[in-house]
Design a protein around this ligand. Structure first.
Ligand code: 5RP
Length: 231
């Protein structure tokens, strides 16, 4: 099975978690895309839900499928969010933001009772850090943030888009930070937040409840956070 088929399998699998009257956070990226398509199909068949999008792009896709949408500011809590990830470690700590939507993704995840991650199995790693960590920054001071991150044993820090910087939905830039290895994701997240100009990081610490991983042979593996397991 190729990667696209794995993403589709994982994304579509997650729709079974959605029940009538739920408020659902809807993720961003090529895996979440398949969840949104399956959710749209269920809505056409009569499923009653309301959704909050994690990006403008996701909002457009969901609206085109007739999924009822609410603004993030207009909800107190969400029952569940289904989103993708760039790396997932055995404790379900994540790197997200490869698609540039990390800020809204984190705000949506933070008000969700459950965060379900959908991914192809290649995203599952022993330790975070091979994937460059996205850090969302204020455009006016990005070079100062870059210098501070380089001083934190980071091999390379690149402005996404370089001479034509990528601008996020919220008007910020993204620095892709090549740490190579992140042995203590929680401490790194806190340290990055101490740098003036950092808006948010792609480290999602203690947020995910489950990861749905689709393998190349077509089987689905569900990994639950230790605190959520009954065994
Ligand atoms: C977007 C994200 C995505 O969830 C992450 O990049 C995974 O994307 P894909 O499913 O396309 O591999 O965090 O900001």
């Amino acid at each position: 099975m190729d990667t696209t088929s794995q993403k589709r399998l994982a994304g579509e699998f997650a729709v079974r978690y959605i029940e009538n009257d739920m408020r659902v956070g809807v993720g961003t990226g090529s895996t979440a895309y398949w969840f949104i398509q399956a959710l749209g199909e269920k809505v056409k068949q009569g499923l009653r839900i309301q959704a909050v999008a994690t990006s403008q792009h996701t909002e457009q896709i969901a609206a085109s499928l007739g999924i009822p949408l609410l603004e993030l500011n207009d909800v107190e809590a969400l029952d569940i969010t289904v989103d993708g990830a760039d790396e997932i470690d055995p404790h379900l700590q994540l790197i997200k933001g490869g698609g540039g939507a990390l800020l809204q993704e984190k705000m949506v995840a933070a008000i969700s009772r459950r965060l379900i991650i959908v991914a192809d199995a290649s995203k599952y790693v022993g330790q975070l850090g091979a994937f460059p960590l996205p850090v969302e920054v204020i455009p006016a001071g990005w070079k100062h943030v870059q210098r501070r991150i380089l001083a934190m044993s980071c091999e390379r820090v690149e402005l996404r888009g370089q001479s034509h910087p990528f601008v996020t939905d919220h008007g910020h830039y993204i620095l892709d930070c090549y740490f190579g290895q992140i042995p203590d994701a929680q401490s790194l997240n806190l340290a990055l937040h101490q740098i003036p100009g950092v808006v948010e990081t792609g480290l999602f610490i203690d947020m995910a409840n489950e990861a749905i991983l689709a393998h190349t042979d077509g089987h689905i593996q569900v990994i639950r956070r230790a605190a959520d397991r009954s065994d």
